[in-house]
Design a protein around this ligand. Structure first.
Ligand code: ZN
Length: 465
């Protein structure tokens, strides 16, 4: 059995991109013993069932990566080799999460031994070193180490739930996270967080440990953001954002890993990956829900809804926060319905540009900034909109002169020669510098010609003091 290691990946940002049809990624599975433990916990067929087509349909790793890649990864060429006995004793192993060098040593010992026994590792995408104990469990681009002593005393390192993560590291995937956190293992609905995950009892290997807990577990599936990061989403089955300034549409989603059902399996909207998950198959313990993710810096992030729930149910939504919306601009993602009987989730996606009226309102009810614009215009003032709030600036104010020069720069672009634009910019900048210098060198006792006072309620008052 194994003890869970929180540092089981060597973080490498390399992405293996898959374009087109299925990519052959066979794994060499090396059954490995230290020379002081001759135990062979299972017959060879059991290992072949876990890693090769011999176990097709038995929730094995060939099935898993085919399903998690929308059919783009083909592990059917994987082979089991060994048992091989290292010329090392158990005590020679120094690896752990804190001792990565020892882990790399073990991978190298096993690879060297297999090569010496005639295995051409160059024929394989990567290796899984299977120990006859749960001495360690980790994975990276350089290989995976796992194992099981066959004693059924705890969750097995040969569980597809754990191997899905470790072999996922072998394809360059990192642990998944929750939005707002850089802590790994915090997306319960993704195999790259198996630690916090929603793994289900293995449907075929149903052994229980002393506490009645499953020894073998499967799932959950891989989230759409992680799939997308590797090019594993079938883009012919993904609703894709047309990237127009304004959009308002409804998309029906099938469960992300249910390729046998017709329709969209995910949606890409702005930076978001939107997926529907059902409590079936690898996701048997995932509640029916919509999940929203984004991908940044090599990691996927689970985005909660606007009430902080990590799963989206019917009525859940996320939209541009009010303080970031300029004149109604922004996006929204809303779950209209989740139909578990028919395995369909209906999601509304909307995005709107800022709503700038061409004709300013002449009568109430007025909304800032337009009421301010009307007031200010009648007084010959300037109105600046900052953070969605209108600020009026008196023509007597030094800021007004600065603003005139800012406007001059803003108006200098179209149809002018580069030289003319440059000279306008230089003149405006010189004017701004001169006005600023004049203002700061004024005697301290001088009352400002004008000042802005923020009134209760968010409006502005403009006057001399
Ligand atoms: Zn890991």
């Amino acid at each position: 059995m194994y003890s869970f290691c929180p540092y089981c990946v060597f973080r490498v940002p390399t992405a293996i991109r898959v374009l087109g049809a299925a990519m052959q990624t066979p794994w060499a599975v090396i059954l490995t013993k230290f020379n002081d433990n001759n135990n062979e916990p299972f017959p060879r067929l059991r290992y072949e069932e876990i890693f090769t087509p011999a176990g097709a349909g038995k929730w094995n790793m060939v099935d898993y990566f085919r399903d998690m890649s929308h059919g783009k990864l083909d592990l059917s060429g994987s082979q089991v080799f060994g048992w091989y006995t290292l010329d090392k004793a158990t005590a020679d192993y120094t690896g752990s999460g804190l001792h990565q060098a020892g882990r790399q040593d073990l991978l190298q010992w096993a690879k060297d031994k297999a090569t010496a026994e005639g295995v051409n590792l160059g024929d394989f995408h990567n290796v899984v070193v299977v120990l006859n104990s749960g001495r360690d469990l980790f994975g990276g681009l350089n290989g995976v180490v796992c194992g099981d002593d066959g004693a059924n005393s705890a969750l097995s390192g040969l569980s597809p739930s754990l191997l899905g993560q470790e072999m996922g590291h072998g394809y360059g995937l990192n642990h998944s996270r929750r939005e707002g956190s850089t802590v790994d293992y915090t997306d319960p609905f993704d195999v790259m967080s198996t630690d916090a995950g929603r793994s289900a009892p293995h449907p075929v290997y149903t052994d229980l440990d002393l506490f009645g807990q499953p020894v073998y577990e499967i799932g959950p599936g891989l989230n759409a953001a992680n799939m997308g990061s590797k090019g594993w989403l079938d883009m012919t089955r993904v609703w894709t954002d047309p990237r127009t300034a304004r959009i308002s549409t409804t998309v029906q989603l099938r469960p992300l890993h249910s390729r046998h059902l017709p329709g969209y399996l995910a949606a890409r909207f702005g930076e978001y990956f939107i997926e529907f998950r059902m409590n079936t198959g690898w996701d048997a313990l995932v509640p029916p829900c919509v999940l929203v993710h984004r991908f940044e810096g090599g990691s996927s992030y689970l985005v909660p809804d606007e009430d902080g729930n990590e799963v989206f149910r019917a009525g859940s939504a996320i939209s541009t926060p009010e303080n970031l919306s300029v004149l109604g601009s922004g996006f929204s993602i809303r779950v209209n319905a989740i139909d578990t009987a028919n395995e369909v989730a209906t999601v509304s996606l909307a995005r709107a540009p800022a709503q700038i009226p061409r004709i300013f309102p002449q009568e109430g009810p007025y909304q800032t900034p337009w009421i301010k614009w009307l007031e200010a215009a009648s007084l010959g003032e300037a109105v600046v909109i900052l953070d969605g709030k209108a600020v009026s600036i008196s023509p007597n104010s030094p800021a007004y002169g600065i603003l005139e020069n800012v406007a001059m720069i803003g108006n200098s672009h179209p149809l002018m020669s580069e030289r003319l634009q440059t000279s306008i910019r230089e003149e405006a900048m010189a004017n701004i510098a001169r006005l600023s210098q004049t203002e700061v060198s004024m005697p301290l006792f001088r009352n400002p010609a004008t000042s802005l006072h923020r009134k209760r309620g968010g409006g502005f008052e403009n006057g001399s003091s």
